[in-house]
Design a protein around this ligand. Sequence first.
Ligand code: FA5
Length: 334
Amino acid sequence: GKNGSNSPDLNIFSNEIMEEIRIRFTGKKSPLQEWLKSLRNIPNEERKSAGAKINELKSEIENSFKSFSENYRIQVENKKLNSETDDITLPLTQLNLGSRHPVMTVMRDLMVPFQRMGFSVVDGPEMDNDFFNFEALNVLKDHPAREMQDTFFLASEWVLRTHTSNVQSHAMKERKLPLKIVCPGCVYRNEFDMTHLPAFRQIECLVVDKGIHMGHLRHTINELLNAAFARPVKLRFRSSYFPFTEPSAEVDVECQQCFGKGCRSCKHTGWSEIGGCGVVNKKVLESCGIDSSVYSGIAFGFGVDRIAKDRFAISDLRSLIDGNVSFLKSFGLV
Ligand code: FA5
């Protein structure tokens, strides 16, 4: 080493060179080994102490080589570390994982049975002509049913769709029969309170084929809602009115907080309204050019945000959209 010290000079010595030197001094052909061999030529009484001395010398040499190579390793490592700019010893900052929005959790879960039952997923325009959102669905101008949905009007004949039922009219006019479609999407209404959002999501379902009836409707709704709530739920079909279905019903799910007993969340009714359904009105089939003496259809449209509200016991729908991160984080990755 430099100045007689044991610290290796990285520029002069490499590990390979040092190894060569070590072998020369302690290896099989080294003078040390020769001395050990020549021990047999000296008298018995001196052999033991001479052997011990040679071995002592040998281990001294080996130790200094060992400490040299250890120092060498440390220096190489330090040189490498000093040349690196990343400090791998810094503690990790906490990873900020996101969480799944409860409405997306419901949306994901309720699509599963549709996949299994072989439905096609169909998209529709959020900005649509009055014709598809209303007229084609038998919601005529001046019809009081127009008042049922607070419409955002755009230019002249254009509206923000008030329900995903507009996809029904597009599909029946533009697609080949039979139809077996499901349409998830955003819809818009001019209202805002604890149970009403101005922009919310619906899931629409439409089946048009020969021999389709109420039984298919009930079964499909059952499958869908059990998946959407991730547990079996009790349903109630309440007779109602929609211009595009006849007969029509509103679907209620047993309140998931009081299980029918009545509480504040269900306004003491024991039930929560989720959506509407019915057998497609013959007038609608005919106006879309479908022969209603051959084909029949069923349809329903549910509020996805309302399902999320009930499933996760959220008291105010508005908390789904006000961007409070700690509220959203409380759902984790459901
Ligand atoms: C309709 O929109 C019909 N198109 C449903 C339908 C489809 C009936 C096919 C028959 C055949 P309604 O206006 O009741 O119906 O809305 C359906 C559901 O959307 C409601 O039950 C509710 O769960 C949800 N919903 C309605 N308005 C809002 C709102 N402002 N915010 C959140 N959810 C809403």
